[in-house]
Every structure is written in C-alpha cells, then in structure tokens.
Ligand binder design. Structure first.
Ligand SMILES: C[S@@+](CC[C@H](N)C(=O)[O-])C[C@H]1O[C@@H](n2cnc3c(N)ncnc32)[C@H](O)[C@@H]1O
Length: 252
C-alpha cells in the first residue's frame, strides 16, 4: 500500500473528494472525441507512426492521455509474447506491443467505434497479420487462448457518469470493470503471465488523502488474488500516475 490510512477493512474515503475535479479533463476528452476523425503522429523511442482517431474514441496522444503513454513506456521487450489488449480504443497499445516484439495481439473494445478505429489503424500500419480486434465486453467475445501479457488501459475515474461511449472510456464506478477484468483474466493468463495497467489519483489528488484512489485499487488487486510486482510512478498534469504490473498470487 502507498499510504496506510485504513479503518478496519474499509478504506476511509476523504470527505473532500469532489468529482468535479476531473471535469476539465473529461470536457477536453469529450470535446476532442466529438470533432470527427483526426490523425495523430505517435512517437515511440526513435519510431513514429500515424493513427486516426474516430469520434467517441479515447484520444491516444494529447496532454491528457498520460495513461496510454505510461502503459507502453513500461513494456520493455515483448519478443515472442502472446498479448491481449483489453479496451483497445484507437489500438495504440496493440500497435506499440507489436513494435516491441509481441508475436500476436488480440484486442477488444466495448465501443463499436473504437473497434472500427483499432481495425482501421491496424490496417493503415500494415499489421493485419499481427493484430486481431474483437467487439467484446472484456473477454466475453474473446478467443479462448492463454496470454503472456494482458494490457488493460481501462477507464480509471471512480465515478458514476452514465454509459455513453465516451463515458465508458473514462469512468469505472466502484472499479467494477477492473474487478471483472481481474476475475475473468485468470482463465486467459499463461503461467507466469501478467496484467499491466496505469492508474492516477484523478479524484483524490487534491484531497486530504491524495493516495485514496491508489489504496482502493490496490486493495481490489489483493482481494482478487493478485500481487503487485512492479510499480512505476510519474507526476504529470498535477496528478500522480502509477503503472502497475501484477501477477496471480502463487498460492491462489
Ligand atoms: C482510457 S481508454 C484507453 C484506450 C486505449 N487503450 C489507449 O491506451 O489509448 C479505455 C477504453 O476501454 C474501453 N472499455 C471500457 N469498458 C470496457 C469493457 N467492459 N470491455 C472492453 N473495453 C472496454 C473503452 O471503450 C475505451 O476505449
């Protein structure tokens, strides 16, 4: 745990938490997502590639999408690995995973426009032999395979904001999507396989308990039978961003 401010088994929620804190962030993403299709150049190390972003799809390169960058910057060498990208959005993580050496990537998104967008970007980057994209609620419509790495850059704002496609890209009320992901992923992880995702204190950064967002998620990781074996922290936009790598606990 980053900060031990727990009461019994329950994490104490700061009284000054305010969902409005994330409003600018959310407004920016909504505005961007409603502008129609636009192209961005993505730079990874010394390589650059283009992707098109369709309406309602999470913008993969902006001042606000620190999470996308944060996930793939911790990939390392994925040579020969079977990879799943759950919540693929524009497909950026899948494409970077192949650039990092992944053998094959299966990607999923619950937003049809994100599925279409991922497929389009796979095609324009000539990666149809390496990446397959499924319309799927987490693993519900996914191949019954085992993966060495599951990338899960899912929504991270713990707030109920309704279920429009862009809200589905941003909000995970009570971390229910994460709970489902951690539970279902056990059937899809190869031996020693791992899940990677990024989290930020978008709700609690400016409260009396800035680490509250992390404490809640780390408690969930533990409850679902996983252990954290790597955490990479960075500060950006006034928030803390943590990239996690987790594995199923040995005795689970
Ligand atoms: C924060 S965006 C990240 C998109 C992309 N991976 C990136 O890094 O730019 C989260 C994505 O998860 C998708 N998503 C949300 N709930 C999902 C679910 N239950 N199953 C599959 N995808 C989901 C959203 O539609 C959205 O595209």
């Amino acid at each position: 745990m980053i900060n031990e401010i727990e009461k019994g088994n329950d994490v104490q929620k700061p009284e000054d938490i305010n969902p409005e804190i994330t409003r600018n962030f959310v407004d920016f993403i909504k505005e961007k997502s409603e502008t129609g299709k636009y192209r961005v150049e993505v730079k990874v190390g010394d390589k650059t590639f283009s992707i098109d972003v369709f309406p309602t799809v999470f913008p993969p390169r902006s001042d606000y999408s620190v999470s996308s960058k944060s996930v793939f910057e911790t990939f390392g060498n994925l040579q020969g690995l079977e990879v799943a990208d759950i919540g693929s959005g524009s497909g950026i993580e899948s494409i970077v995973a192949v650039m990092a050496g992944a053998n094959h990537v299966d990607a999923a998104d619950i937003n049809q426009q994100a599925v279409d967008c991922s497929r389009h970007n796979v095609e324009i980057n000539n990666l149809k032999n390496s990446i397959e994209v499924f319309y799927s609620d987490l693993f519900s419509n996914f191949p019954k395979k085992k993966y060495n790495l599951i990338i899960a850059n899912l929504p991270i704002v713990n707030f109920d904001a309704g279920d429009s496609p862009i809200n589905q890209a941003l909000y995970d009320n009570g971390f229910e999507i994460h709970r489902k992901l951690f539970t279902e992923a056990k059937d899809f992880l190869a031996e020693n396989g791992m899940i990677t995702f990024t989290h930020a204190n978008l709700q609690s950064a400016k409260t009396t308990n800035p680490d509250y967002d992390f404490i809640v998620l780390e408690k969930l990781v533990d409850e679902c039978g996983y252990e954290i074996f790597e955490k990479v922290e960075r500060e950006d936009l006034g928030y803390k961003w943590v990239n996690y790598k987790i594995k199923v606990k040995q005795n689970d």
